[in-house]
Ligand binder design. Structure first.
Ligand code: ADP
Ligand code: MG
Length: 149
């Protein structure tokens, strides 16, 4: 496990940028586990920057999924907070098995068991401006990358 603490929104964006850089051009699924306002979307904004995506990243709470793409990268940003209302009636596989994509899933609890184990889990906790990000994976394949974060 890797633990990183940030002390501002900007530092979290920088952290996300680093993650985007590390995984640029590769397929990976990040599960973001944290309360409302923990910093999940903020981290995703940084990831997009690291991937070279210049679009404004907004929380897709009311659409479940937003897709961002440029010449080098594709980002699927899912927010499953409202999945209880909507049900699992959407094509999760289309995103998590898209080998060209970086996938971020906020509120992933209801789909974790449906995913292959090659994901990276990020547990976010904190208060005020302090946030702790704990990175882990059930699969050893990301050990090196997690240490680089
Ligand atoms: N260290 C920090 N990292 C990220 N966000 C922070 C931090 N400190 C304060 N904040 C604030 O917390 C909120 C996080 O919002 P957001 O990223 O949308 O959370 P979530 O997507 O988890 O609901 C923002 O209002 C941001 O300004
Ligand atoms: Mg959010």
């Amino acid at each position: 496990m890797k633990v990183v603490t940030t002390n501002s929104e900007l530092e979290t964006i920088e952290l996300g940028k680093k993650i985007g850089n590390i995984f640029k051009g590769r397929h990976v699924v990040f599960l973001l586990d944290g309360d409302l306002a923990a910093g999940k979307t903020t981290l995703t904004k940084g990831i997009a920057k690291g991937l070279g995506i210049t679009d404004v990243i907004k929380s897709p709470t009311f659409t479940i999924m937003k897709e961002y793409e440029n010449d080098e990268a594709k980002l699927y940003h899912l927010d499953l907070y409202r999945l209880i209302d909507i049900g699992l009636d959407f094509d999760l596989e289309e995103y998590v098995f898209d080998k060209d994509s970086f996938v971020v899933i906020e509120w992933p609890y209801q789909v974790v068991d449906l995913l292959p184990d090659n994901y990276i889990l990020v547990k976010i906790e904190g208060n005020l401006n302090n946030r702790t990000f704990k990175f882990s994976s059930p699969n050893e394949m990301y050990e090196k990358e997690i240490n680089e974060i």
